[in-house]
Design a protein around this ligand. Structure first.
Ligand code: IMP
Length: 200
């Protein structure tokens, strides 16, 4: 493997599903030599008006708390028929005590009888490097909202997000990792870091 761009870093998330996906993707691109686990930090209030703003909040605060470089992502689901909602409110779509299931239920209820199911996932990923430099990148996955949940893999809205007739929850994790918004964001981050260091 080529020398990693970031020697050691923390993934700025407390969501184990997201951490697993990010770690796989970071390893694939040889971006981080060692993902440091087992650290804790105060919960970050994600109250920025944009995905980028929230990703920056998380990455900055976790870098500050741990003294290590950090990688954060913020993801939004944008549904055309809902004017781009839930967007930045995706995590709390069904209320402050939202669960994966209550969010999916709220989305299916909002789209009851709606024929236009077009939607996209958008992920903004931020790396805060050892010298304090911030690098921002983005990835998108276009699809449709299914009429009901299908599949048991993945997490969050995966059981209702269809790409070419299959939901993300009906795919093996490796297949989702090849096409996902998060994979594309990490690819874009790798490209941006390579351009910065001139190693790509
Ligand atoms: P956040 O980026 O942690 O704020 O997540 C926003 C919301 O999107 C949460 O409800 C997540 O469960 C959901 N989410 C994030 N990434 C994915 C994904 O890859 N598939 C399905 N749902 C996701």
């Amino acid at each position: 493997m080529i020398r990693p761009v970031i020697h050691r870093a923390v993934v700025a998330s407390k969501n184990p599903d997201k951490i697993t996906e990010l770690e796989t993707l970071l390893a694939r691109h040889g971006l981080v030599g060692e993902v440091v686990r087992g650290l804790d930090w105060p919960d970050v209030v994600e109250d920025a008006p944009t995905l980028e703003g929230n990703a920056l909040l998380k990455a900055r605060q976790v870098a500050l708390s741990t003294g290590l470089p950090s990688i954060a992502d913020d993801t939004g689901l944008e549904v055309d028929a809902l004017g781009g909602a839930p967007g930045v409110r995706t995590a709390r779509y069904s209320g402050p005590d939202a669960t994966y299931q209550s969010n999916v239920d709220a989305l299916l209820a909002a789209l009851q009888g709606v024929e236009d199911r077009a939607a996209r996932f958008r992920t903004v990923v931020v790396a805060v490097l050892a010298d304090g430099t911030e690098v921002v990148a983005e990835g998108e996955l276009v699809g449709d909202i299914a009429w009901a949940c299908r599949g048991s893999a993945g997490f969050g809205y995966d059981p209702v997000f269809e790409v070419d007739g299959r939901t993300l929850a009906e795919m093996e994790p490796q297949e989702k990792d090849l096409i996902s918004h998060r994979a594309r964001a990490i690819q874009a981050l790798a490209d941006a870091l390579a351009a910065r260091t001139g190693s790509g």
